[in-house]
Design a protein around this ligand. Structure first.
Ligand SMILES: NC(=O)c1ccc[n+]([C@@H]2O[C@H](COP(=O)([O-])OP(=O)(O)OC[C@H]3O[C@@H](n4cnc5c(N)ncnc54)[C@H](O)[C@@H]3O)[C@@H](O)[C@H]2O)c1
Length: 316
């Protein structure tokens, strides 16, 4: 594989190990720094086990031994980050720890090296403040595990240089990930804000005795999630309503607004906001192609059911 990148992963816990799989599988050279001796010894077996699982599903281009040869596990930070194109910080979710690490990286890495924080909630304007590397630090928030959930949220801070954001986009794309750019720092970024919106409602429904935990999970697993496996909430409602999302907002908007008010959310889908969403959707899908796309959606749903049935038969 033609991937010349050198990636340093700091912290060999759940996310660090999963990122090692992502980058090494794509051909990059990977060095992982893990300070805890016991954990350090566990890192390679953990990676090998995950690669073996991917291989069992036919998801590796190279064999497991070839991929693990690209990975080195080290104790010292300086050794891990030498000549790195990207440092992927995967240490515990603690502001002070991250600030200390980034301060050390100022002296140990080149000015072109991207410093990416895997944090779930801490903006890099905080973690990189007064560290000397704010202009080349950004958040790169993965799903867990990133080799199975390819989206990665890139969240620059106001000082992050454009060349650093672009380099990060290239490196994650080359590693088979789907980077998206969050335009401004915001708590929870996009992934956890969307998840949070659903969880808030789910908790409220349980609290009010409307549905059980199991039934709510069933609604998502056997309902909403079926479509969300291959398209997002905007495309979903765009295809659900003849005339597209403009008609959806017109017909259903008042009902969604009342549901929001019940939960203390007074925000309105204003005419301008709906027009912006409609304009972006129509760039992606002309209404003249709407029927074809609806057929595509139905095909996708059925193909997944067929796959599940085939899997069930195989395991019998
Ligand atoms: N677990 C998830 O689902 C998930 C998802 C997305 C993002 N994240 C974020 O990824 C980061 C890592 O999370 P995790 O779940 O892998 O944590 P973890 O506890 O599994 O792993 C952290 C590892 O970092 C090591 N470590 C501690 N201090 C260190 C230091 N100074 N230098 C180097 N290594 C150090 C620890 O020994 C441990 O092995 C967190 O910021 C977390 O919020 C986690």
């Amino acid at each position: 594989m033609d991937n010349q990148a050198t990636i340093a992963i700091i912290g060999g816990g759940s996310i660090g190990v999963a990122f090692a799989v992502v980058f090494a599988r794509a051909g990059a050279t990977v060095r992982i720094q893990e300070p805890a001796l016991e954990r350090r010894d566990a890192v390679l077996p953990d990676i090998t086990r995950r690669l073996q699982t991917l291989d069992n599903h036919g998801l590796l281009e190279d064999n497991v031994a070839t991929i693990t040869q690209r990975i080195q596990i080290v104790a010292e930070l300086a050794e891990a980050v030498a000549d790195a194109d990207l440092v992927q910080e995967c240490i515990p979710e603690n502001l002070e720890f991250k600030q200390q690490l980034f301060t050390k990286l100022a002296d140990l890495t080149e000015d072109t090296c991207v410093i990416a924080s895997s944090t779930s909630f801490i903006p890099s304007s905080q973690s990189s403040a007064d560290t000397g590397v704010a202009d080349r630090t950004l958040v790169a928030h993965p799903g867990n595990p990133p080799y199975a959930i390819p989206v990665i949220e890139l969240v620059p801070n106001p000082q992050t240089r454009n060349d650093i954001i672009q380099r990060a986009e290239q490196l994650y794309t080359a590693a088979g990930m789907s980077p998206i750019r969050v335009q401004q720092e915001i708590e929870g970024f996009v992934f956890n804000r969307l998840q949070g919106a659903l969880l808030r409602e789910a908790y409220a429904l349980v609290r009010d005795g409307i549905a059980s935990v199991e039934d709510i999970d069933t609604v998502v697993r056997d309902g909403l999630g079926r479509r969300w496996a291959f398209m997002g909430p905007f495309e979903t409602v765009d295809l659900n309503t003849r005339g597209g999302i403009a008609n959806h907002a017109k017909n259903m908007g008042p009902s969604y607004h009342r549901m929001g008010l019940e939960r203390g959310d007074t925000s309105v889908w204003t005419t301008d906001l709906v027009a912006e969403v409609v304009a972006q959707r129509r760039q992606q899908l002309d209404l003249s192609d709407w029927e074809d796309r609806v057929s595509w959606r139905d095909e996708q749903l059925l193909a997944r059911i067929a796959q599940q049935h085939a899997g069930t038969k195989e395991s019998l």
